[in-house]
Every structure is written in structure tokens, then in C-alpha cells.
Design a protein around this ligand. Structure first.
Ligand code: SAH
Length: 577
């Protein structure tokens, strides 16, 4: 950063050639620069008492001459610090006292301690940013060496910057002024992480995930049942939470497991690892996987991660997993899971519509329908039964974890949904869910590969789930481990047999904690068997929070004869938040 010195201070200007950095050397103007130069160079400061404008010093001199009020003298008399000075300026601008009355202020008035008067009354008020050059009062400037003067100026500048940073922070916090520029002059960097990682610091969320039997037992079956991947392997667990996947990996014979988590849960994971005597195998690293370092030069054989959010991409944790892949995975390493699919279908969500929308129409005889309005803009996360599916699902996104890039996570895809109803039925929603596949090769599965749907009393859950506190029974090869032809990524040819383990979050499966995502339609429509809904599914990260998702549904409806039921394309937008 280059430092600007106050151009109106004669002692400084005189020495400009000697040692001080020239403003010509500036490349990027920063907030700090702006603080130091704008106060006198910008001619947009307004008088405290009338509409006269000019540069700050001229206006202060003008207020003194025209209104008999000397701001600098008043601040010195009242011994005001930076914040006191700012409060006084805002007090004058807001309450417009007569100049003579200001002379009677003692500094003990309540506004001198009120944060309300830190809030700028005039937007971007240069007077608030201006600091008089009173430093020379305490020094005999002629006797000062240039070096000493520079040091004093730098010290003064540092103090002023600190005061103003603090002031900006207070104003932003107190008045929620998110727009104030950052020191770089760029808009403030948004923090989409703190709240996110805080929420993973609590126990409950981890209990919910671990108790999701479909989810946890599938990971366990894959990790414990695929020795070719885990035996003697170096494993990276991205977002380890309690460490459950790392523990499975260690039990499966991994040589080394790095368990990374940025939330406070990492401290618990460390204790859990110790309590299970696995600290020689598992190393817990607290931090974002984007920022952490592994021991010099270490690359891993496999990355395990449970990164999936509602509607698959909510939370945007996949972005972090892809960074981890590019930083730490060996070229022939395995991503687990290897493949996820987003599935879209037509849905009869009449129960949900009743609970969340129609309910508001008559509440003890009052019309509260306004409460339901947002339901058409926000995706609903809820469980529907398999009977609610009114079409076979269409794949709207295939995510191959070994090759996907973050850019591909914002996308538009087309769909065609053919109604499978046997009698006229009202479509009240689109339903979205995802299927996830693990393979021994790390390759994605073939397009025709169907997901294993785990149902109540299915042996696969009991297999690895310790019932009644008893230890898990010895693993045996699951009936769901079917040998599959895997697809070569470059050619699409089936090249070798692969072991595939998978689970679905769709309505046919035992409900998972992801439930299903429903987009309730403002304009429900009735279909017979064979009606077709054509459309486009738009999915992108929200501009206001990168962990949230904006979805747009664009669609038209055709009857069995191919006639358009709706002549225009219907568009509805939703937030997943
Ligand atoms: N693996 C655990 C927890 C999964 S939840 C289990 O299966 O039960 C996802 C976890 O990833 C959370 O604990 C969250 O804090 C962590 N996480 C998300 N993004 C991360 C990142 N970029 N770096 C490190 N940890 C992350």
C-alpha cells in the first residue's frame, strides 16, 4: 500500500520531494488512501449550518467566519476523540442547533455517548473523515528531522486508520450498512462460512446424520466392503464431523486417515478418535479443506466425504470437495462417492399443499392466506410417499465426481416428464431428489445403472447397524453389491467390472434426512396418462448467499395428442434456503 500524506500540511508538502512517497506512485487506491486524501481533495463537503459546499478545510473556515463556529476549536475545548468529534458533527447536522448554543456544550451531553450519533446524517460526509493536523502542536517542527516527521506522520496515520476502521465497524454493525466499501474499495467480502460452520458445531445435527440409516449404512457398506479401495490406503475425509467415516476407513484397514473439519465438531472428533484408540491412524485437522496443509507432498488414494445437501447442491459443500480433489487426490485416486444424480418428477403434493397452503385460508374463521404466499417462492423440504410420483423421473444432472468442475454446478438442463397416472390427477408440484453411487474404481456408473432403493426391513441396513447397542455383526458381502460394468470416462465404453454401492433419497426409499425437495406450483394442472411436461430446469448458486440455491422451472404441458395445454411457457422461481 502507498501512503498519502496530508497535502495541506505545509511541513509535509514542503518535504514531499525529500523522502515522502509520491502520490504518482499509486496504483490502487484503497480505503486508507481515501481516508487520507479525500478529506481535503474532494469538494463535496457541506457547511454545518447552511448549504455552502467546498473542501472540508474551506468549509470549516467558512463556518467559523460566517457562523462563528470553529469545529476544531470546539473539539479541542471539549477534548473530543475521533468518535466524539463524529458524534458532534452528526448532532449538529441532525438537530441543527444555533451556532451560539453549541458554545455552551460541556461534553457531558447524552449524545456524546450515544451510538445513534455515529450514524452519518449526510451520506459519505467528508467532514466525518477529516482529522485536523494538530500533531505539530506538541513538537517543534523545525527541529524535527525528516525521518522523525515521517515516523510521526505514519504513527498518526495508523492511529487515524484504526479509529476509522473501528468507526466503520460500529456503523456497519449498529446500522446494518452492508454497503460501506472495504479497504480495497471493493464491496465488503461476504461471509457465507461462519454461520454455516457454527451450525455444524452442535451435536444434534450430527446425531441426525448418523441416525440416518440409509445414509450412514451405505457409507459403511461401501467403506467396509471395498478393501481394494481402503486397505492400506491413505484417506482424506473432507468434513469429518464426528469422524464416523474416518473410523469406518480405519476399521477397513486404511494406513492413514486425515480427518478435516472446519467446525468445532473437529475437537469432538479428536476425542472420539482417541477414545477408540485410533489416533495412530487418524489425524484430525481443524480447518477448511481449502486452507489446510497435509504433510509435505502427501497425496491421498481416496477422498471420502458426505457433502450432499438438500436438493443435492444446497450448502455448496461440493465446491470444497472438488478443491480437495484437485489439491490432494492422486491422479488415479478414488472419489467416494463417485457419482450423484439429480432427479426431477411430477408430484401430487396435495397433502403438503393442504398443510402449508390451504390451511391458512381459514384459521378460526379468519383469512390468513397471505401467510402462504411465500410457499410458491421457497422450495419445501418434506417427505412424500412413493404414490405421490406422477411420472417416471428425469435425470437433470449427472455429477461425475472425478471430473466435475465448480462451474458445472450452475446449469440449465432440459427435461421431459411423461405422466404415469392411471386416472386424471392434479400435479401440484415438481419433486427433486438425488441418487448417489460409490464404485470401487471411482468411475461413474453407466447411464442405465439404476440406484439401489433401500426399504424398511431391508437387510442392508441391519447388516452394519448395531442393533440394541450390540456390536455390528461381522460384515458379509451385501446383496446390493452387484458386479457392474463401469464406464471408461474418456470413451464411455464398458471396460471392467466394478462394485457399486448406492442409495436413493427418492420417495421409494426409506426417508433420509434430506427428505425430498418440492416446488409447489402456483398453477397446478391436471394430467391423464401420457401427458408430457417439457421444460428447463435452471439451477444456480444464489447471488446473496453462495450456500443457497436459486431454481427456475420453465415448462409447457402437452396432452396425449401433443396439443399444448398451456400455450405459453410457464415460469416459476424458487429459493432453496
Ligand atoms: N462426515 C460426517 C459429517 C458430514 S456433515 C458424517 O458423515 O457424519 C459435513 C461436515 O463437513 C460438517 O461437519 C462441516 O463442518 C464440514 N465441512 C463443510 N465444508 C467444509 C470445508 N470446506 N472444510 C472443512 N470442513 C467442511
Amino acid at each position: 500500500m502507498s501512503i498519502h500524506f496530508h497535502p495541506t500540511n505545509p511541513t509535509i508538502e514542503d518535504d514531499h520531494d525529500a523522502n515522502l512517497p509520491s502520490s504518482d506512485e499509486d496504483e490502487d487506491e484503497t480505503w486508507d488512501d481515501w481516508i487520507s486524501d479525500s478529506s481535503t481533495q474532494r469538494g463535496d463537503c457541506r457547511s454545518l449550518f447552511d448549504n455552502k459546499t467546498g473542501n472540508v478545510e474551506d468549509i470549516i473556515a467558512y463556518d467559523k467566519a460566517a457562523h462563528g463556529f470553529d469545529l476544531n476549536e470546539a473539539c479541542a475545548r471539549l477534548s473530543l476523540d475521533v468518535h466524539g468529534r463524529i458524534r458532534l458533527i452528526n448532532f449538529i447536522r441532525q438537530t441543527k442547533p444555533a451556532p451560539a448554543n453549541i458554545a455552551s456544550l460541556t461534553g457531558k451531553e447524552s449524545f456524546f455517548t450515544s451510538d445513534d450519533f455515529l450514524r452519518p446524517v449526510v451520506e459519505d460526509d467528508p467532514m466525518l473523515r477529516y482529522q485536523p493536523d494538530d500533531w505539530t502542536d506538541s513538537e517543534d517542527e523545525d527541529s524535527l528531522s525528516t525521518d522523525r516527521r515521517i515516523r510521526l506522520l505514519e504513527q498518526k496515520l495508523t492511529e487515524t486508520k484504526r479509529d476509522f476502521q473501528e468507526y466503520r465497524k460500529i456503523v456497519n454493525q449498529r446500522f446494518n450498512l452492508g454497503q460501506t466499501a472495504e479497504p480495497s474499495g471493493l464491496p465488503p467480502k461476504r461471509d457465507d462460512d461462519s454461520h454455516y460452520f457454527e451450525s455444524y458445531g452442535a451435536n444434534d445435527i450430527h446425531a441426525v446424520m448418523i441416525q440416518d440409516k440409509v445414509r450412514t449404512s451405505t457409507y459403511a457398506r461401501y467403506i467396509l466392503g471395498t478393501p481394494s479401495v481402503f486397505e492400506n490406503a491413505i484417506v482424506l475425509d473432507v468434513g469429518c464431523g464426528t469422524g464416523i467415516l474416518s473410523l469406518f476407513a480405519a476399521r477397513a484397514g486404511a494406513r492413514k486417515v486425515f480427518a478435516v473439519d472446519a467446525s468445532d465438531i473437529a475437537m469432538k472428533a479428536e476425542k472420539i478418535v482417541k477414545a477408540n484408540d485410533l489416533d495412530s491412524v487418524i489425524t484430525v485437522i481443524r480447518g477448511k479443506v481449502e486452507d489446510i496443509q497435509l504433510p509435505e507432498g502427501v497425496k491421498v488414494d481416496v477422498i471420502i466425504s458426505e457433502w450432499m445437501g438438500y436438493a443435492l447442491l444446497y450448502e455448496s459443500m461440493l465446491d470444497s470437495v472438488l478443491v480437495a480433489r484437485d489439491r490432494f487426490l492422486k491422479l488415479d485416486g478414488v472419489m467416494a462417492p463417485a457419482h450423484s444424480r439429480m432427479m426431477l418428477g411430477l408430484c401430487d403434493a396435495s397433502e403438503i399443499v393442504k398443510d402449508r397452503i390451504t390451511f391458512w385460508n381459514d384459521v378460526y374463521g379468519f383469512d390468513m392466506s397471505v401467510m402462504a404466499e411465500e410457499m410458491y417462492h421457497e422450495a419445501v423440504i418434506d417427505v412424500v410417499g412413493s404414490h405421490a410420483m406422477l411420472s417416471t423421473p428425469s435425470v437433470v444432472k449427472e455429477l461425475h465426481l472425478s471430473s466435475t468442475t465448480t462451474r458445472q454446478l450452475d446449469f440449465i438442463s432440459s427435461f421431459k416428464l411423461t405422466s404415469s397416472v392411471d386416472r386424471r390427477t392434479k400435479v401440484t408440484a415438481f419433486i427433486l431428489y438425488f441418487d448417489t453411487f460409490f464404485t470401487a474404481s471411482g468411475n461413474p456408473v453407466a447411464p442405465e445403472k439404476e440406484v439401489d432403493v433401500i426399504q424398511e426391513n431391508d437387510a442392508v441396513v441391519a447388516e452394519v447397524w448395531p442393533l440394541g447397542g450390540r456390536p455390528a455383526p461381522q460384515r458379509r458381502m451385501s446383496q446390493h453389491h452387484k458386479k457392474e460394468k463401469s464406464v471408461d470416462k474418456s470413451t464411455g465404453d464398458a471396460t471392467k467390472t466394478d462394485v457399486v454401492t448406492s442409495f436413493s433419497t427418492g420417495p421409494k426409499s426409506i426417508p433420509t434426512h434430506w427428505k425430498q425437495t418440492l416446488f409447489l406450483l402456483k398453477e397446478p394442472f391436471v394430467v391423464d396418462e401420457g401427458f408430457v411436461v417439457y421444460g428447463h430446469f435452471h439451477c444456480r448458486k444464489s447471488v446473496s448467499n453462495s450456500r443457497e440455491i436459486d431454481v427456475e422451472m420453465h415448462y409447457t404441458i402437452q396432452d396425449v395428442e401433443g396439443q399444448n395445454e398451456s400455450p405459453e411457457v410457464i415460469v416459476q422461481m424458487f429459493k432453496i434456503q
